[in-house]
Design a protein around this ligand. Structure first.
Ligand code: UDP
Length: 335
């Protein structure tokens, strides 16, 4: 299939592109390289540098490349930044998301898989979280994703889009070719690995949460498992696939959590990083980070039942080990 991957030069996008081209798909990447890296785009994919927020430009691109389906990974995605600069998140994620949907409407490209997030759930009432649980984000990032989910829902009803919305929990790990590289590094595992590599202290944001060791608990999923879920989700958007609705008329988005169903505290992650790298890590406890729910753990039963997806690389050791191996083989990232 001819697929457009927005954000295909980013961490999750680049691994998804790697697996898509390996599976024989024809991939065009649209990325403005604001946080992505040219060097992260597979040589077997075509890179278009630009924004997904320009309806006219995206319309042209969809037509020119005869795109059949879109994997929309591009977004601003840092929780802390979304709390201090929400405008950037609403402009890019919401404004851009609607602009992309408009380009789909103009070109009658109906298939979309959308990267959403566990941050849409806010403070969950129960663990593990199921898709039908209330979505009440407590940070601006999660709110922007919730709004785009909702927009996709209305486009499904009005224009019969065929869509899968994937709510990722915490993504970690690397393939041999592609890993995580942000400047600055804000996510826990790469931030800890960077601290190990540079021999400096790391900070844990808060140890007074209502959890057994006082630090936040998250559900980690290997980026390669996530990319496999993207492939399965794209297949589910096919015209005659009942999972994304009837072949004509209004449809409904298929929403699936992607997680492992297991939670690890920030302190447990620190210990796993020490075990995987064989180095000890100096850690200090800092204040809580605004917008952080104490516990986010997924029920991934629906993804298993409906998409036939199951995480294969589910251990923290596999995730941290592969991320560390990539970091060592790419000491300057993609530069
Ligand atoms: N975290 C931390 N120190 C860091 C980075 C993150 O203690 O240097 C914590 C963060 O407060 C949260 C957890 O690690 O409790 C996971 O945060 P991350 O940014 O990796 O992912 P999020 O859950 O926000 O998507």
């Amino acid at each position: 299939m001819r697929v457009l991957v927005t954000g295909g030069a980013g961490y999750i996008g680049s691994v998804s592109v790697e697996l898509l081209v390996e599976a024989g798909h024809e991939v065009t990447v649209l990325d403005d390289l604001s946080t992505g890296h040219r060097g992260a785009v597979s040589a077997r994919a075509k890179l278009e540098v630009g924004t997904y927020g320009d309806t006219a430009a995206v319309t042209t691109l969809l037509e020119k490349n005869r795109i059949e389906a879109i994997l929309h990974c591009a977004a601003k995605s840092i929780v802390g930044e979304s709390m201090t600069d929400p405008g950037k998140y609403f402009r890019e994620n919401v404004g851009g998301g609607v602009a992309l949907l408009e380009a789909m409407r103009a070109t009658k490209v109906r298939r979309i898989v959308f990267s959403s997030t566990a941050a849409t759930y806010g403070m969950p009432e129960r663990t593990p979280i199921v898709e039908a649980d209330p979505v009440r984000p407590i940070n601006a990032y999660g709110e922007t994703k919730r709004i785009v989910e909702s927009a996709i829902g209305w486009y499904c009803r009005a224009y019969g889009l065929r869509s899968v919305i994937l709510r990722y929990f915490n993504v970690a790990g690397a393939t041999v070719e592609h890993g995580e590289m942000h400047v600055p590094e804000t996510h826990l595992i790469p931030a800890l690995l960077e601290a190990v590599a540079e021999g400096r202290q790391a900070t844990i944001f808060g140890d007074d949460y209502p959890t057994p060791d006082g630090t936040c608990i998250r559900d980690y999923i290997h980026v390669e498992d996530l990319a496999l879920a993207h492939l399965k989700a794209l297949e589910a958007t096919a015209h005659n696939d009942k999972r994304t609705g009837p072949s004509s008329g209004p449809t409904e988005a298929l929403i699936c959590n992607l997680g492992n169903g297991k939670g690890f505290s920030n302190r447990q992650v620190v210990r796993a990083v020490e075990a995987a790298t064989g180095r000890s890590l100096g850690v200090k406890i800092g204040p809580r980070r605004p917008g952080d729910p104490p516990i986010l753990v997924a029920s991934a039963d629906k993804a298993n039942e409906v998409l036939g997806w199951k995480p294969r690389l589910g251990s923290l050791d596999e995730m941290i080990g592969s991320a560390w191996a990539w970091k060592q083989s790419h000491p300057s990232g993609y530069r």
